[in-house]
Design a protein around this ligand. Structure first.
Ligand code: UDP
Length: 249
C-alpha cells in the first residue's frame, strides 16, 4: 500500500509533521474524582481516576507511598472485529507501562498505603491508543487534584513508505502520529511519553526497524508532537477551571 506520495502527502492529506485532529474535555464523569474524554483522529477514549484511597487488599499497600494502578481496556466494539472482553497480553502490557510512566510524575510519597486507580477505556480504536490513553489519564489525574510534578503527555512518531529492494530496505519517511493504515503497513512506530517541563522520558517503546539517525529524527518529532498535545491538555483543564479561577481573583 502506498502510504505517502512523492510530494510527502500522506493518505489522509497530512504532511510528515502533522498530528491528527485532537479534542480534549476535562471532567466528563460525575462519580469519578477526575475524568477526561479525548478524541485523537478516530480514537475515542475516556479516563477516570479514583483515589487516593486505602489500597485493598492490604498486601498490595506500600507503607511509604501510593501505588498507581492504570488499567487500559479496549471495549469489545472499539475495533473492526469484535474484541473478546477482558484483559489480554497487550492490554496488560499497556497498563503496566502506563502505570510506570504516571508513577514517575505523581508525588506518591504523600499517600502511603493508598492506591490511585486510573481507568482508561478505549471506545473507538484507530492506532495510537496507548498515547491517547495516557494523555487522557494525565488530564483526569490533574482534574482529580492528584499532586504531580508535571502533566505527562504522550505522542508517537514512526516510519512509513520504505521499500525492500533485493533484500535491502530503501527510502521511507519519518512521520508524526501514525494513522491506522500507516501503523498496519508502515515500517516502525515509536510511542513516547514525557514530562514536558523537563522533557524527561517516561515511556519509550518501539515496533519495527529504524536506523540510528531515523530513531533520533522520530524521537525529536514525537517530542514536538508531545509539546503540541500538552498545550491542548492545559487548555482543556483551563476550560473547566477558568471560571472558578476568575471568581477567586
Ligand atoms: N488493534 C485491533 N485489535 C486489537 C489490538 C489493536 O484492531 O486487539 C488495532 C487498534 O486500532 C490499535 C492498533 O491496532 O489502535 C494499533 O495497536 P498497537 O498495539 O500498535 O497499539 P496502539 O498504537 O493503539 O497504542
Amino acid at each position: 500500500m502506498k502510504l505517502i506520495d512523492e510530494e510527502g502527502r500522506r493518505l489522509d492529506g497530512r504532511r510528515f509533521d502533522e498530528l491528527r485532529k485532537i479534542k480534549i474535555e476535562a471532567g466528563v464523569l460525575h462519580r469519578a474524582e477526575g475524568s477526561c474524554y479525548l478524541e485523537w483522529g478516530g480514537n475515542k477514549v475516556v479516563a477516570a481516576v479514583y483515589g487516593p484511597r486505602e489500597a485493598v487488599p492490604r498486601h498490595t499497600q506500600d507503607p511509604v507511598k501510593a501505588v498507581v494502578n492504570a488499567r487500559y481496556n479496549m471495549a469489545a466494539f472499539s475495533v473492526d472485529d469484535r474484541k473478546k472482553p477482558g484483559p489480554d497480553r497487550r492490554s496488560r502490557e499497556i497498563s503496566k507501562v502506563t502505570s510506570e510512566a504516571l508513577e514517575r510524575v505523581i508525588i506518591t510519597d504523600l499517600f502511603p498505603r493508598a492506591s490511585i486507580d486510573v481507568n482508561i477505556e478505549i471506545l473507538d480504536a484507530e492506532a495510537g491508543t496507548r498515547c491517547a490513553g495516557l494523555t487522557a489519564a494525565a488530564v483526569a489525574l490533574a482534574d482529580a487534584g492528584i499532586p504531580m510534578r508535571d502533566i505527562p503527555v504522550a505522542c508517537a512518531a514512526g516510519k512509513i513508505g520504505a521499500e525492500v529492494v533485493d533484500g535491502e530496505v530503501k527510502g521511507g519517511y519519518v512521520v508524526l502520529d501514525l494513522g491506522k493504515d500507516e501503523d498496519n503497513y508502515g515500517n516502525a512506530d515509536l510511542p513516547i511519553a514525557i514530562a514536558p517541563r523537563t522533557d524527561e522520558i517516561l515511556l519509550l517503546q518501539m515496533d519495527g526497524h529504524l536506523t540510528y539517525e531515523e530513531f533520533e529524527q522520530a524521537l525529536d518529532l514525537a517530542m514536538k508532537g508531545c509539546h503540541i498535545v500538552s498545550k491542548l491538555q492545559r487548555e482543556a483543564l483551563l476550560n473547566k477551571y477558568r471560571p472558578d479561577l476568575e471568581e477567586n481573583l
